[in-house]
Design a protein around this ligand. Structure first.
Ligand code: NAP
Length: 482
């Protein structure tokens, strides 16, 4: 971590009630590009996690008592600091998560946009509605902050996943305790330091870091003072945490896994579709919840699409193998590399055809080759897995009905993509697809003003815009006799 210019941003312990809580027990954080350690971080104790929730509860009333504009002042200062420290933050993310500096800078700028948008829109989320009532009564519906919010976030977007939750909750008047992944704690701790520099009141934003996710998660989902729990991560872990929240009937938001269909019809601009499929699939080395996971290609153009795709992927692979112009970063850990190997192995065993790549890279760190697998069918494990790595899975279809049937053949429904130049289809296809977000001739979906989230087992609740703030508000209906 010596390359970080402002060493004050490099923190090694949990941030609770405005203080850094050092312990003797540590866990190790590795650089996925080398497999070598970059630092040791202090393990939070369960007692300290409980203290963090208590601190949040203590600060809650004063924080919710501020006006939206007053909270906005803190939030905007935080956003400004995020932007001012973008170079160092991007370096921290590059070291602990493996993404390129360019991708990290994009993520930081996007995160600052979220904070600013929430700060600017909180007021409108708090609108009061006057509802119809009997002549002798006046009925008003108010929005109130839900209260102390806890959150758990994954490693793939160590900055934006933290900011998207924390800033929405804070704008809504909720104090927060957040646990990032133990694979990427340094970004979240730097964000906590920036909240400190933004003079956020003590206890309003707390970050707890530790390697015993289950034990920390039990407190965050079950502590009686917690009103709301927000999670981003895999569907199996999300289900477990939802069950834990059920006992206390906590409000929850769940941003879970995806298995995005990327449908290319014969009438599409094939060059555009190939470029978009590559950008979507390889972003963050394929470790993005909205990545194009299943490329559904209309049979009549499939050979041509696959040929174009393979030639571009081969060029990426050649660069990676020669060590020049490496555009594809590492996977997060060895487990992820082993998962790619087994997905490729099983797909071949089940009858799919390996076209390009298919191997771990013989370098230090956790690299896997950009890979294309053709003739995948709906019964194969690859079709039904969230890949989370650089594998293009090609599925062929005949006609729109077949494409829709294949696209919806998944328990998950986060995002989807359709490439077509048929204007009637552009207008009519969205309601047929079971996804929370759809790109039509567009694979870049992220927009801080839009509701980000999925249907089916991809979760519930939304992040972004006023929709994101509403996740942290309760209704209160007040009926007054006239
Ligand atoms: P994960 O294994 O579910 O972990 C996510 C978080 O949960 C981490 O902080 C992890 O802690 C923690 N965790 C794991 N087991 C837990 C338990 N038993 N109790 C409490 N907490 C627990 O997911 P991941 O591998 O980090 O992230 C990839 C997944 O996130 C993919 O499925 C992806 O689609 C999904 N994701 C979804 C969105 C969205 O917006 N829908 C966005 C990004 C990612 P440790 O890491 O410290 O163990």
């Amino acid at each position: 971590m010596q390359s970080i210019i402002n060493q004050n941003l490099v923190k090694y312990a949990s941030y609770i009630n405005g203080e850094w809580c050092d312990n003797e027990l540590n866990f190790r954080v590795e650089n996925p590009a080398t497999g070598k350690p970059i630092g040791q971080v202090s393990e939070v104790s369960i007692h300290e996690v409980i203290n963090a929730v208590d601190a949040a509860a203590q600060s809650q009333l004063a924080w919710q008592g501020l006006s939206c504009n007053e909270r906005g002042v803190f939030l905007k200062r935080w956003a400004r600091l995020l932007k001012e420290n973008a170079q160092d933050l991007s370096q921290i993310m590059h070291l602990e998560q493996g993404k390129s500096i360019e991708e990290a800078l994009g993520e930081i700028s996007h995160s600052a946009d979220y904070i600013e948008l929430y700060a600017d829109n909180a007021e409108s989320a708090f609108r009061c509605d006057s509802v119809a009532s009997a002549n002798h009564q006046q009925s008003i519906v108010y929005r109130r902050p839900v209260g102390v919010t806890t959150a758990i976030t994954p490693w793939n977007f160590p900055c934006s996943m933290v900011i998207r939750k924390a800033s929405a909750a804070l704008a809504a008047g909720c104090s927060v305790v957040l646990k990032p992944s133990d694979l990427t704690p340094f970004t979240a701790l730097a964000i906590a330091e920036l909240s400190h520099l933004a003079e956020m009141p003590k206890g309003v934003f707390n970050v707890v870091v530790g390697s015993d996710a289950q034990a920390i998660g039990e407190v965050l989902t079950q502590h009686p003072k917690v009103a709301k729990f927000s999670f981003t991560g895999s569907t199996p872990v999300g289900k477990k945490l939802l069950a834990q929240c059920a006992e206390g009937v906590k409000r929850t938001s769940m941003e879970l896994g995806g298995n995005a269909p990327f449908i290319v019809f014969a009438d599409a601009d094939i060059e555009l579709a190939v470029e978009a499929a590559i950008a979507s699939r390889l972003r963050n080395s394929g470790q993005t919840c909205i990545c194009a996971n299943r490329l559904l290609i209309e049979d009549s153009i499939a050979d041509s699409f696959v040929e174009k795709l393979c030639s571009k992927v081969e060029a990426i692979l050649k660069d990676s193998r020669s060590g020049k112009n490496i555009s594809l970063g590492p996977l997060i850990d060895q487990q992820a590399v082993c998962k790619m190997e087994s997905l490729v192995h099983n797909a071949i065993q089940e009858g799919a055809k390996l076209m390009v790549g298919g191997n771990r890279q013989q370098t230090e760190g956790h690299f896997f080759e950009a890979t294309v697998i053709d003739h995948v069918t709906k019964n194969m494990s690859l079709f039904n897995s969230e890949i989370f790595g650089p594998i293009f899975s090609i599925v062929r279809f005949e006609g729109e009905q077949h494409a829709v049937e294949l696209a919806n053949h998944s328990a998950l429904g986060l995002s989807g993509y359709v490439y077509t130049n048929n204007q009637e289809r552009q207008r009519s296809i969205a309601p047929k697809l079971q996804v929370g977000m759809l790109g039509i001739n567009e694979a870049r979906l992220s927009n801080p003003a839009a509701p980000f989230g999925g249907v089916k087992q991809s979760g519930m609740g939304r992040e972004g815009g006023v929709f994101g703030i509403e996740e942290y508000l309760d209704y209160q209906y007040v009926c007054t006799a006239k």
